[in-house]
Each structure stands twice: as structure tokens, then as C-alpha cells.
Write a protein that binds this ligand. Structure first.
Ligand code: HEM
Ligand SMILES: *[C@@H]1O[C@H](CO)[C@@H](O)[C@H](O)[C@H]1NC(C)=O
Length: 560
């Protein structure tokens, strides 16, 4: 999902920071303007007696904005909210934070998630109204931002499941994941410029995930990492959508009456509609390539190709909607998967004994051939590592906002109708009552738990669930089975092919505080990591598999 867009995964050496004004500065300015208006028009508040506790130190009107901004600047937002949850949330795990006119209840305990997001899901699956992000910038065509009462939300989720992410469809996508991850191995094994440069390793992982999901959604690949403007374009689109959902990003989302102004007084509307047009045009241009390939007798197994050949267009309003959703699904799928692989590399970098143990387990099952998804069940330790990566570093740290459509009660507290609520996967993963020694990367804590992420999310007892990286309730990440396959394949193959080592220039002892990333709680591409092929034999196995792949594969189109 796209909440993890705020890290630079640009394949270009130019980072996002240097290309765009700092998002933080923008948010600050917008918050402050929101504040000024808020002073003028303060809505009346219901009684606070039973509301979830709110941290001390709130300022009049702007609430916790100053604390929020300084924590965000230091990449410590996740730690601030976690600390509030521990200090004020106590048993219930609820804390109410106010930021410039927007109030959010952060949910930081497994039982609270079960009660609020799962059991009360009929009343907790709505999104806030985002005039700019949902209605203008994405034209009510992006499942992630759509209102739960919009019939398009239901249809898009149904289509995503039936064409892309159900277990049979996720299995059908495995050859694509295997091919693209093999391209990654091949690139690292033969280009020392990549293997010895963490930024390029990150970019090469990005290409793997973007290309895999572009094939599953559109049916087109992203062949080159070094020259790809497409990666940058897609990433930037997702970033704009997500920044637009932050409290205070657009005044009109706080003061809806501004929406009634004439168009010439609404520069945000013109800009957002322009972006929508551009992104639809981008998607339709790629759709044309698919159509051409299909006319030539080549049928990619993708969501879009299925929509184009279905009599009822799979319930999409138009071909354009299907093409545009394909773009948005790449955004949701690729960055989160890339970040998971990157956090996994951090865990291996910091824990060489665990790396060695996992390599031994993998070697004993697969020997000298390239590992396949079908090996995963035979290597339970890798499943444990996967659970531990998502517990330790959930890519969507603070959750994606929902709002309540009815008053919700939980352990004596009242969450009023219309309140923003966010599931805090980070804090739950660090709850010392759930996980002994929560800071420690320790896959053995999951020994004996063979559940898939889907099965674990469905458990009746939330204290037995592995982690909350995919959310909960009706809005739970629909990509969970695909995410599982993509990370499992990446983990097995990286450890089988390479040793994960600190770069020669790293300063010791290694300290993750030296490479804080976005979203907070995830490593940046400053992480000093290099990959070293483990043996000539393994490189030869990669080369042979790669040349087989080259000869056996049908023609494909590209996203470029
Ligand atoms: C490591 C990988 C991933 C993680 C950690 C992740 C996490 C999430 C989270 C936390 C949400 C928000 C849930 C909520 O609103 O409460 C979400 C939503 C979503 N994810 Fe994922 N995701 C991942 C991969 C994927 C993949 C591979 C796909 C598609 C193939 C995908 C598609 C989506 C979509 C479409 C939504 C929006 C659902 C809705 O609003 O109804 N995600 N994801
Ligand atoms: C997704 O599709 C699978 C297989 O087609 C089906 O069994 C399952 O019930 C679907 N899930 C949802 C949530 O629609």
C-alpha cells in the first residue's frame, strides 16, 4: 500500500529531496495556515470525559503539532507515538493526538485492533473525506483512498482479489517474481558497481518489485534500472497522493466550504485535476501497448488484459479506470515490498549469526540450484525471519487512516462517530507484553508458527497473530498473499547467492540511527550494505538459470 511512499527509492542518483521542496516544510506551512483559520472557526467539542487519553503538552488549538513536527524531522515519529501509547494508553492501547484541527486515535494494542478494526469493521472501514487526494487527484478511482460506501471500492477490491491476489492468482504470479528476482541476482553478481553501492542495490531491488507488479497489473515490464524514468514517475505520483492525505496538507479538507469557491480561487483543484489527467494519460498510453500486443496474438496474464477481454470489463466503469487502477496497484505493491526487502537486509547486516544460520538452512534444502518459491515450505526458519521482519519493521509504521461511522466503545472508552483511527503496527510489534525483548531481531520467537500472513491475520485470538503490518478489518491489505511470495523469494535468493556485509566505509559499531529513513522506523538507502557472491558455483548457477530464462520467454512490452 502506498503509505510508505516517503522514502527515496529513485533509481536516479538525484534524491527526491533535491528535486522537490521538502515535504515537511510544505506540511509545516500548510499546518500553520490551517491553524490560523482554525483560530477563527473553532468547532464545538463533545464532552471529553470518556474519550481516549490525550498526551500532556498539547498547545491550545494546534494541539500536538510542535511535538509532531520535531519528531518527524528527526525521523522519530514512530517512537513519539509509541511512547505516548505506552505512557497514556496503558492497558487499552488508545491515545488521542490532536494535530492542527485533526484528531486521531492511534490504536496500539492487539486486543484493541481486534475489537475496533475487526469486530466493529462495519463501522470502522471508512476513509476520511479527502477532497483533493480522493476526489480530484485520483478521480475516485484509487481503491486505497475511496470511500467504503462507494460501490467502486467494493468492485475494485473484488477484481484485485479475483485477478491478482487470491491464492491461485498469487501462485500464478510466482514465475514473474522468480524471473524478476533472478534479474536482480544477475545484476548484482555481474555488476560490482551495484553490489558495492547500497543506493544501487536499493534501486535494483526497486526495479525487481516495480517490474514484477507492472507485469501482474498491466502486463509490461521495467527492464532497466539505471535509465528508468518510469520508476521515478510512479513513485512520485504515489508520494503526492499520500502527502495529500496528511492532516493540514490541504485546507479544503479541514474546511470543506472552501470547495464551493469558484475554480479560479482553487489552485489546489487545478493542480490536482491536472495530475489526474496526466496519470490517466500515462496509464492509457501503456494500455495501448497491451492492446497492440494482444492484437499481435500475445496475451499477458495481467489484471488489465483480463479486464480488456472480459465482456463486462470486470465491472470497471471504463477501460481508463482499469488502466489507472493498474498504475495505483504498482504504487501500493512495489514500495512496500521493496522496503520489506531493504529492512530484511538491515536485519542481516546487524545479525551475522542469524544470517549464517539461515544460509545453512537454505543450503541444506536447495544446494547449488537457485531457490524457488516451492522451497519455502521446507525452510521454516525463513518463514520465521519473514514474520520477524514485518514485526520489527512494518513498512506502514503508523497505519493508514480510517474513520468511524458510528460511536465505538472499547473498555470504557468512547470513540465518537467521525473520529480518525489508525492502527499502529510499530507499537504493537514493540509491545513488551506481546514480544519478549522487542528490540531484538530474533526469528526464533516465531518457531513453530507455520501460519501464512493471511491465516495469522484471520486468527480469532489477536494475541496469537504474528504482526499487524497489513492492517486489519475490511480494509486489510488485499495484497497479503502476493507480498508473502515476493518477500520469501527475495529472502531465500539473496541469502543463497550472497553474503550481506557492511560496506568497507561503514563506521563501527554499526548503528541504525546513522541511516534513518522514511517512513520512520525504516532504513534509508544510506545504510552501508554490500552484497558479496558466496561462490563461483552460485554465480554459475545464476548465469545458467538466467540464460534459460532468456530463451524460454515470450515477447513482452515495456513500461518505459
Ligand atoms: C510488504 C508488503 C505490503 C505491506 C506491508 C502492505 C501494507 C498495507 C497496509 C497497512 C494497508 C492499509 C490497510 C488499512 O487501510 O488499514 C494496505 C492497503 C492496500 N494494499 Fe498493501 N501492503 C503490501 C503489499 C501490497 C501488495 C503486493 C499489493 C497488491 C498486489 C497491495 C495492495 C494494497 C491495496 C490495493 C490497499 C488498499 C486497500 C483498501 O483501502 O481497501 N499491498 N497495504
Ligand atoms: C478471493 O478469491 C478466492 C479465489 O477465487 C476466493 O476463494 C475468496 O473467497 C476471495 N476472497 C474475497 C475476500 O473475496
Amino acid at each position: 500500500m502506498a503509505s510508505s511512499q516517503t522514502f527515496a527509492s529513485s533509481p536516479n542518483p538525484v534524491s527526491l529531496e533535491t528535486r522537490f521542496p521538502s515535504p515537511l516544510a510544505l506540511i509545516l506551512i500548510l499546518f500553520l495556515s490551517a491553524f490560523l483559520l482554525f483560530v477563527a472557526i473553532k468547532p464545538s467539542k463533545p464532552t471529553k470525559a470518556l474519550l481516549p487519553p490525550t498526551p500532556h503538552g498539547a498547545w491550545p488549538l494546534i494541539g500536538h503539532l510542535p511535538q509532531f513536527i520535531s519528531a518527524a524531522k528527526a525521523h522519530r515519529l514512530h517512537l513519539l507515538v509509541e511512547q505516548w501509547i505506552r505512557e497514556y494508553g496503558k492497558e487499552e492501547g488508545l491515545v488521542r493526538v490532536r494535530v492542527a484541527g485533526v484528531e486521531v486515535v492511534h490504536v496500539g494494542k492487539d486486543e484493541a485492533v481486534k475489537a475496533i478494526f475487526d469486530k466493529a469493521s462495519a463501522f470502522t472501514s471508512e476513509r476520511p473525506r479527502w477532497i483533493v487526494s480522493n476526489e480530484l487527484m485520483t478521480g475516485k478511482w484509487n481503491v486505497l483512498l475511496l470511500s467504503a460506501s462507494d460501490k467502486r471500492w467494493k468492485n475494485q477490491r473484488k477484481v484485485i482479489n479475483s485477478t491478482l491476489t487470491s491464492i491461485p492468482r498469487a501462485d500464478a504470479g510466482v514465475p514473474i517474481l522468480e524471473r524478476e528476482s533472478l534479474a536482480f541476482l544477475h545484476e548484482v553478481a555481474h555488476d560490482p558497481g551495484v553490489a558495492k553501492d547500497s543506493k544501487k542495490i536499493m534501486a535494483s531491488i526497486a526495479r525487481y518489485t516495480y517490474s514484477a507488479f507492472a507485469q501482474q497489473t498491466f502486463g509490461l515490464e521495467v527492464p532497466q534500472y539505471a535509465t528508468s524514468d518510469v520508476l521515478h514517475y510512479i513513485h512520485e505520483t504515489g508520494l503526492a497522493q499520500i502527502l495529500g492525505t496528511l492532516p493540514g496538507a490541504f485546507l479544503v479538507d479541514v474546511f470543506n466550504f472552501l470547495d464551493y469557491l469558484p475554480l479560479f480561487l482553487k489552485p489546489w483543484e487545478r493542480a490536482a485535476k491536472e495530475r489526474f489527467r496526466r496519470d490517466v494519460a500515462f496509464s492509457c498510453e501503456r494500455m495501448k501497448r497491451i492492446k497492440k500486443l494482444m492484437q499481435e496474438g500475445y496475451m499477458p496474464d495481467s489484471m488489465l488484459a483480463r479486464a480488456l477481454t472480459d465482456e463486462k470489463r470486470l465491472g470497471f466503469e471504463s477501460e481508463e479506470e482499469a488502466a489507472y487502477l493498474s498504475l495505483n496497484l504498482i504504487i501500493g505493491a512495489a514500495d512496500t515490498s521493496q522496503m520489506s526487502t531493504w529492512s530484511f537486509l538491515e536485519a542481516m547486516l546487524l545479525n551475522p549469526e542469524i544470517q549464517k544460520k539461515a544460509q545453512n538452512e537454505i543450503d541444506s534444502v536447495v544446494g547449488n540450484r537457485v531457490p524457488m518459491w516451492s522451497d519455502f515450505e521446507q525452510i521454516p526458519y525463513v518463514r520465521c525471519m519473514m514474520k520477524e521482519v514485518w514485526r520489527w519493521h512494518p513498512p506502514v509504521t503508523l497505519g493508514h487512516p480510517h474513520i468511524t461511522t458510528r460511536e465505538i466503545q472499547f473498555k470504557g472508552y468512547v470513540i465518537p462517530k467521525g473520529m480518525r483511527i489508525q492502527l499502529n503496527a510499530w507499537a504493537i510489534g514493540r509491545d513488551p507484553k506481546r514480544h519478549k525483548d522487542p528490540e531484538r531481531f530474533w526469528p526464533e520467537r516465531f518457531e513453530g508458527d507455520a501460519t501464512t500472513p493471511q491465516q495469522s491475520a484471520n486468527l480469532v485470538d489477536p494475541t496469537q497473530r504474528d504482526h499487524f503490518a497489513f492492517g486489519a478489518g475490511r480494509r486489510i491489505c488485499p495484497g497479503i498473499n502476493v507480498a508473502e511470495r515476493s518477500l520469501a523469494i527475495a529472502m531465500m535468493r539473496i541469502l543463497w547467492a550472497f553474503d550481506v556485509r557492511p560496506s568497507p566505509t561503514a563506521s563501527h559499531p554499526l548503528n541504525p540511527r546513522n541511516w534513518p529513513g522514511d517512513p520512520p522506523g525504516n532504513p534509508s538507502d544510506e545504510m552501508p550494505v554490500v552484497l558479496e557472491p558466496r561462490s563461483e558455483e552460485r554465480v554459475k548457477a545464476i548465469d545458467e538459470a538466467w540464460s534459460r530464462e532468456q530463451t524460454g520467454h515470450p515477447r513482452r512490452g515495456t513500461m518505459e
